[in-house]
Design a protein. Structure first.
Lengths: 264, 264
DNA sequence: TGTTTCATTTCATATAATGAAATATCATTT
DNA sequence: AAATGATATTTCATTATATGAAATGAAACA
């Protein structure tokens, strides 16, 4: 039917509720602000009336998504978002399946360890086992990573669907540091190398002075379900990591994979 | 005007939007489920129609609060909750102000370190610097703690508003372990002791075999703005902690307090 | 005491959410 | 290859309910 195309171009809103849309925008707006904001300001930012926003805030507050500063009466994002975020994170099977191996990996390598998963084409940090450095604060659970500029991402490009790697290589490749791979061709070559080796690195490609060494986790059907990595200063994880580090990371990933075998 | 009272008793809903309320209940429902659920099931659980829920889910999905399983078409909570949760956590001033001291404290004591704050009368873990044990997984940022059954909580009762400690002592005191303080009288005595010492412990009171040693962080006006603690096996943090541990925790708390002095 | 800055409530209006039922889509089974 | 069953999705008439302008209230400030 050609109507679909017409509709899509004419009215970009196929279904949904505008009331809810406004309310969600209010929540996101509040999270972005760094301090509580006045009702009038929210209403103006969303080009809506104070009364409307007010009623939404009341409902949002009742659910804990929004809070009101007891002193100033201004509104702010509520802690429910933090609580729900953590509850959601815990729900990923791989998080509990990998936990012990990740701790062991950190203790054996001395570096911070991260676990990532792709959810709706977004590369998300699900777990961080801290080392002794501060760099890892950039790798908190809930953080989104770039496919082309992270060791985790390269694992997902090398062992995930070909569509994804093609799409990423063809898209815009933002440079985070001077070392970030920005050419599609170079990226595809790097992906091939990663596939061959079975592990990936990203020296100076996310943060200068920091390197990551990642390996893939598969389920019983050989489908990629996660990636794990050690993260540390280039001083500890060289651009060409030492064989023992590689063995540790790849080995831990393989053991987690094995642990997933008997699962659905 | 007496009408207010009448209204309040007759209709408990003073303001707000029912549409939004339904949508938020849908989000919370999805977070609670451990797997994606079918539209019909959500509609039934919230006693609403499929069409209504569908449209809400579309909007929620557009904002990332909800995702749809590409294979089954079923709905699930979206990662936006995780991303927003982490963004929100970062916004608390005390988190960045305390970061370095907390790292130092962990390195000097060898134990995991936590930072808590009270937001809208809820005691929330805002930061966790991991040690080498697994117990700390129960103390992730976003976790809610009980005032009467945690070292952090006792700090907030001892150095916070008298109304709070009175209310908590008078309320129900849930027993998490056999060692949890369940009598209001005993709790008040404990609070007095904490206030006198300047630090609190909770041996076996949250999880058996685990102890916590907490101290208060104040702002320039001597108002309580946070609490920090070391968390570890009772083996490492005795019910009566050794003087050095106490000195470390109380000292770190004092330094963080001092760091807040020049701030608003 | 007057002034500003907020939140909150009221009320008439029509916008926009609603539910029942029809339809589409897809995977799996026969 | 056709049938089945699970699911999402769209349609449409109806009115419930979200809406905005303006009035009010409350509190902090000078």
């Amino acid at each position: 039917m050609t109507l679909d195309t017409d509709k899509a171009s004419a009215k970009a809103v196929p279904a949904g509720t505008s009331t809810l849309d406004l309310a969600l925008r209010a929540v996101e707006y509040l999270v972005l602000q760094s301090r509580p904001v006045a009702l009038a300001q929210i209403a103006e930012a969303l080009s809506s009336s104070k009364a409307t926003i007010y009623r939404h805030l009341v409902t949002l507050q009742r659910h804990g998504f929004v809070r009101q500063d007891p002193n100033t009466g201004r509104y702010d994002a509520g802690i429910k978002l933090m609580v729900l975020g953590e509850a959601l994170r815990q729900r990923f099977d791989i998080v509990s399946a990998a936990r012990e191996e990740l701790m062991t990996l950190r203790d054996r390598t001395g570096q911070a360890v991260t676990l990532c998963d792709v959810i709706d084409e977004e590369l998300i940090v699900l777990e961080l086992i801290q080392g002794r450095t501060m760099i890892e604060f950039a790798m908190r659970p809930g953080t989104r990573l770039a496919f082309h500029a992270s060791a985790h991402g390269k694992i997902w490009l090398a062992f995930g669907s070909p569509e994804r790697s093609r799409a990423v290589a063809a898209g815009e490749l933002k440079a985070w540091t001077p070392s970030t791979i920005v050419s599609g061709e170079a990226l595809l070559a790097e992906i091939a190398r990663v596939r061959e080796h079975g592990w990936a690195t990203a020296p100076d490609q996310v943060i200068t002075g920091v390197n990551t060494l990642a390996a893939p986790v598969f389920d019983h059907r050989k489908a990629l379900v996660g990636s794990i990595a050690i993260v540390g200063a280039t001083q500890f994880i060289a651009p060409e990591p030492n064989p023992e580090q590689i063995r540790e990371v790849v080995g831990a990933a393989a053991r987690i994979s094995r642990g997933l075998t008997w699962k659905d």
